[in-house]
Design a protein around this ligand. Structure first.
Ligand code: GLA
Length: 376
């Protein structure tokens, strides 16, 4: 009798943990992207401060369940880490690295040298004039050694230089280039190599499917390689849309970069369903629906037809990645769920976009199912 009672209590307990809690059940039933693609490439997500500080437990649960690589959405950029000369704040980035370590994830450092999200003191003197090459070189060196050096042996790879090339393939006229000349590029990689010899070193940029930009990046990396500079990989960001890019162009870039002997990552994947502001005139809006409903057409929900287009687009994109699994080492989404995506606020703030695989309640979308099916 006593034994039967214990069994009954145990059964009730188990049922209350597993059976009655729909969220637990849901989470347990999700297939896991990192498991599905485990023989192909790592699958990652960019994580934000809210998640790092435990304010979004459902999203954090998803990160642990789905991904084996993380990127810091913002916490390792120059501005938060080194806001004033000789003033470093590593609280959030330490938390980021500890999270990755605790969950045995591939930890990306993003990024060391970029022209955005960088404080003005880096490029300017107190009187507002531009710093000179010697000063800027010293600031670059100091930043890279402090930041990459701090995480040597813990951060697995760095986006050393972000977005240095224009659409036409020429070098972008950033303050780095204006002040230091093109020597800033090999120097950044050399400093990173010395500060973090165990980390992989990457070049990262957007629109790398475009032929002229592809050629510009090939020239850049070849040039660095010719100088004996270590570059281990190229990150193709992947802020894409329902129709753009043409996946044949993506394939051409994968081939061209892989011919350089470097790894390829899809480093910041998301697929916007919204019209872009530069296409504001109605004739150019992305879909018939948005022509009628304007620039924020889906604020009350995504029509099934667009949900299906997004799912099909994700399927086609992942088919391409899977086909190139010998060349692609990681595919990272720029965010976890639709709610937190930067695309809700760019290029126009306050819109409602649906670019990721999980919805605003962290539930898998049709696009998630279609990605899962790619390998089945
Ligand atoms: C670029 C950067 C990222 C991020 C996105 C938009 O792609 O590399 O760090 O800022 O823009 O959020």
């Amino acid at each position: 009798m006593q034994i039967q009672k214990s069994y009954l209590l145990l059964a009730i307990l188990l049922f209350s943990i597993v059976g009655c809690n729909p969220k637990t059940k849901q989470a347990e039933q999700n297939p896991s992207l990192k498991k599905i693609f485990k023989d192909d490439f790592k699958v990652g997500a960019a994580i934000n401060s809210q998640q790092l500080y435990g304010n979004e437990p459902e999203a954090v649960k998803l990160i642990k369940e789905q991904f084996n690589a993380i990127s810091p959405e913002n916490v390792l950029k120059w501005e938060p880490v080194n806001p004033r000369p000789d003033s470093f704040d590593f609280e959030s980035s330490d938390r980021y690295v500890a999270f990755g370590k605790a969950n045995k994830m591939f930890i990306l450092g993003h990024n060391l040298i970029w022209h955005k999200q960088i404080p003005s003191w880096v490029f300017h003197n107190n009187d507002g004039s531009l710093a000179d090459a010697k000063q800027l070189k010293q600031r670059m060196r100091n930043h890279i050694f402090k930041v990459a050096g701090r995480y040597q042996g813990r951060i697995d790879a760095w986006d050393v230089v972000n977005e240095a090339v224009n659409a036409d393939g020429s070098l972008r006229q950033t303050n780095w280039l204006k002040i230091m000349g093109k020597e800033y590029l090999p120097l950044a990689f050399q400093y990173a190599d010395s500060a973090a010899p165990d980390a992989e070193l990457y070049y990262n940029d957007f629109d790398l499917y475009k032929p002229a930009k592809r050629q510009g990046v090939v020239r850049l990396i070849k040039n660095l390689q010719d100088q004996g500079v270590r570059v281990d990989g190229i990150g193709m960001q992947g802020h894409w849309g329902l129709n753009v890019p043409d996946l044949q162009q993506v394939q051409k870039s994968i081939d061209a970069f892989s011919d350089l002997g470097v790894k390829i990552m899809i480093s910041e994947l998301d697929i916007t369903v919204l019209p872009r502001t530069k296409d504001m005139n109605a004739a150019n809006l992305a879909t018939g629906y948005s022509m009628v409903h304007g620039l924020d057409p889906y604020k009350n929900g995504l029509p099934d037809s667009i949900q299906t287009r997004l799912a099909n687009r994700y399927a086609a994109i992942f088919k391409l990645f899977h086909k190139n699994r010998d060349k692609i080492s990681r595919v990272t989404f720029w965010g976890v769920n639709n709610k937190d995506s930067w695309l809700n606020n760019w290029p126009k703030s306050g819109r409602t976009d649906y670019p990721l695989l999980f919805d605003r309640n962290n539930q898998p979308k049709a696009a998630f199912d279609s990605v899962v099916k790619v390998v089945e």
